[in-house]
Design a protein around this ligand. Structure first.
Ligand code: NAD
Length: 244
């Protein structure tokens, strides 16, 4: 095992309260593409930020849903499973560690792996709600209707997916920040840290004394120098070498 993984193992063993911030790279080993690395989805959908936006949903909700279903087809079909990284995080709870996960992902895989405290700051692909009455609908309902409508209001109101669209506020930001600042070990997993305001969390953590600050990401990020430990490896490969 190389020195960086030995240090990670030691810090995980010593930690009592661990906070993870996960991004799209957490789920690539489950077969869900990320956005910004070379083969990611981002480069193939140049107008993504315009389509997956509150503005577009309000302007043209029918067309929004058609594009949304195309862009998020893999996630909507939900034929993927948690990977060794997700299970590693869930396993830490069984070792009496306090674990919280702030995730930018909308795929629900941390909960499926068994993690209990998950802040889905960009919402979830697994449900949608009526903008008028707030009634919730599940993934089965979303997938069974080309443009999902609320049963009430004469069946005319188009549902809004529970994902945070460009132009929406992120969810649970305050709780997420609290969890990060109360931890003694903070670990970013699989994120390019290009999305604000989320990329401010590791910066705030780095200003506070007493929190060890780690990133595991395949590629370099613009924030690598604020971390105490930087590991450029696949998450699954890294955690499978750690013995707890
Ligand atoms: P990003 O695509 O910007 O960055 C992902 C990073 O993960 C890249 O730097 C890449 O090098 C790294 N990576 C890929 N596979 C890895 C692996 N196996 N091990 C370690 N690192 C790996 O992702 P982001 O920072 O999360 O921002 C993208 C936005 O897209 C987020 O807002 C997120 O909500 C959304 N998104 C979500 C999903 C999902 O729900 N699974 C998938 C794609 C994008």
């Amino acid at each position: 095992m190389d020195e960086s993984l030995k240090k990670l193992e030691q810090w995980l063993k010593e930690a009592k309260n661990i906070c993870f911030l996960t991004g799209a790279g957490m789920s690539t080993e489950s077969g869900i593409p990320d956005f910004r690395s070379q083969n990611g989805l981002w480069s193939k959908n140049l107008e993504f930020t315009e389509i997956v936006s509150r503005w577009y949903f309000e302007e043209s909700p029918d067309q929004f849903w058609r594009y949304f279903k195309e862009i998020f087809r893999t996630k909507l079909l939900h034929n993927y499973e948690p990977n060794r990284g997700h299970y590693f995080l869930a396993g830490l709870e069984k070792l009496n560690k306090q674990v919280s996960i702030i995730t930018q992902n909308i795929d629900g895989l941390h909960q499926e792996a068994g993690s209990s405290t998950v802040y889905e700051i960009h919402g979830s692909i697994r449900s949608a709600a009526c903008p008028e009455c707030g009634r919730n609908y599940n993934l089965y309902y979303i997938n069974s209707h080309e443009v999902p409508l609320c049963d009430s209001h004469g069946g005319r109101t188009i549902l809004k997916p529970d994902v945070v669209l460009f132009g929406d506020a992120v969810h649970h930001l305050e709780e997420a920040l609290d969890a990060a600042l109360q931890s003694d070990l903070f670990i970013v997993l699989g994120s390019s840290l290009q999305v604000t305001p989320i990329n401010q969390i590791p910066q705030l953590v780095s200003y506070k004394n007493g929190i060890r600050n780690v990133i595991i990401n395949l590629e370099e990020t613009i924030f690598d120098d604020i971390f105490d430990l930087v590991i450029h490896k696949k998450i699954g490969d890294a955690v499978s070498q750690v013995n707890m």
